[in-house]
Design a protein around this ligand. Structure first.
Ligand SMILES: [Zn+2]
Length: 397
């Protein structure tokens, strides 16, 4: 984040010096804001650049990215359509728009864009992986398997596609192939909690990949305000000595996080001891839509008709779990959060479904890795500081 902050500061000076002829500089700063997760600021700058400078494909695609991060897919679609009209030969614009069509459930239009994208660039792994998802949604599993496999051939370290193909194999009842892909994906990225949870849900061993994660999820903050709240929260945690001033630890997920500070014990329940010396404990914030959940739910209840929907049948996850997982992933990318009930057909938002073990969906998540159990008092202080309701999700596998 440090380098983005410096870039934003530099570009702010450039914008101030060269006002008002600085549409390009607004575009550059908008791009830096986008990388830093400051989606509201990114949208304002990119809009300024587009309205006061040349309407070029790059600025439009960047603003589409900002709109998507804010969950405004229709506006992202309009910008990408304009960009493609300006330059119909750019394959990556088709890939991006094909993905937006997918998030909006307009699969046939998405399929058309993605077919063109991979024809323009036969090494576009995102194009193939996105088309695989569209083919899955259209009930064309063999085409989907072929597309995931092509994406993995192009990039053999593409762990996301390996895991997605594993989920598809599981849906098709090809459990051996599913297991192979899940284990492979987990080995490729052992710190990704999703991989560990997937193995656990499949009932597969995950030795050597323990997961001890406590997530404090702000379930009320908007996507545009999340980066600002993250700064307030991290400044407070560092000022109180709960976290070290500088990020330097390598968290189990491979991210740079903040190690415990001298007063980190203020976070834990009264009966808990401090972080043990030499542990990999650390904390980070995640800005943007993130679903936090563990493997502990065997069923969920429809908020409209109270139907009990099994998520696990004792052998493995049910089709309802796969549908839930697909909706969560689509929501994280900016899509809608409605999950249709198999009994009454009502499409209630994810947060309204009732579950035994809590899950949470928010735009700002504070993750504590390998940290002793957090105390209620600390969670209340975080909630007061943010001015929002905070849900704690604990995953210990
Ligand atoms: Zn229902």
């Amino acid at each position: 984040m440090g380098s983005y902050e410096e870039a934003i500061a530099d570009l702010t000076r450039v914008v101030e010096l060269r006002r008002p002829q600085s549409a390009w500089n607004f575009g550059d700063r908008g791009g830096a804001y986008l990388s830093a997760g400051q989606y509201g600021e990114a949208l304002a700058d990119l809009t300024h650049a587009i309205e006061h400078g040349p309407r070029d494909t790059w600025s439009l695609a960047q603003r589409a990215d900002a709109y998507q991060s804010l969950g405004r897919c229709e506006e992202a679609l309009a910008d990408l359509t304009e960009a493609i009209e300006i330059d119909p030969t750019e394959g990556w614009l088709r890939t991006q728009r094909g993905n937006i069509y997918r998030l909006l459930g307009r699969y046939l239009e998405g399929l058309d864009d993605l077919a063109r994208a991979v024809r323009i660039d036969p090494l576009d792994k995102f194009g193939f992986a996105t088309r695989a998802q569209v083919n899955e949604s259209l009930g064309r599993p063999e085409e989907a398997v072929a597309d995931y496999s092509r994406a993995i051939e192009i990039d053999q370290s593409y762990d996301w596609a390996v895991a997605a193909r594993g989920r598809l194999y599981r849906k098709l009842g090809r459990l051996d192939a599913a297991r192979t892909d899940f284990i492979q994906a987990a080995l490729m990225d052992p710190g990704d909690p999703r991989r560990v949870i997937e193995l656990s849900i499949m009932g597969l061993p995950h030795a050597g990949m323990p997961l001890n994660l406590q997530s404090l999820v702000d379930v009320e903050v908007t996507a545009a305000a999340a980066a600002g709240k993250s700064s307030v929260l991290l400044d407070w945690l560092r000022a109180k000595g709960i976290l070290a001033a500088e990020r330097d630890s390598r968290l189990p997920n491979g991210h740079a996080g903040y190690p415990p500070g001298p007063f980190h014990q203020a976070t834990v329940a009264p009966s808990e001891t401090a972080v043990s010396a030499g542990s990999a404990a650390g904390a980070e914030t995640v800005i943007g839509r993130c679903a936090s959940y563990g493997p502990g739910n065997d069923q969920m209840n429809c908020p409209s008709c109270a139907a009990v929907i099994p998520l696990h049948d004792g052998h493995g996850p049910t089709p309802a779990w796969d549908l839930l997982n697909d909706v969560m992933l689509r929501w994280e990318e900016g899509g809608p959060d409605s999950l249709p009930c198999p009994r009454c057909g009502d499409g209630a938002g994810l947060a309204r479904w009732r579950v035994q073990t809590p899950w949470a969906f928010g735009n700002l998540t504070l993750n504590f890795w390998d940290w002793p159990p957090l105390g209620e008092e600390f969670v209340r202080r975080v909630s007061d500081l943010l001015g929002h309701r905070v849900v704690v999700i604990t995953t210990n596998i």
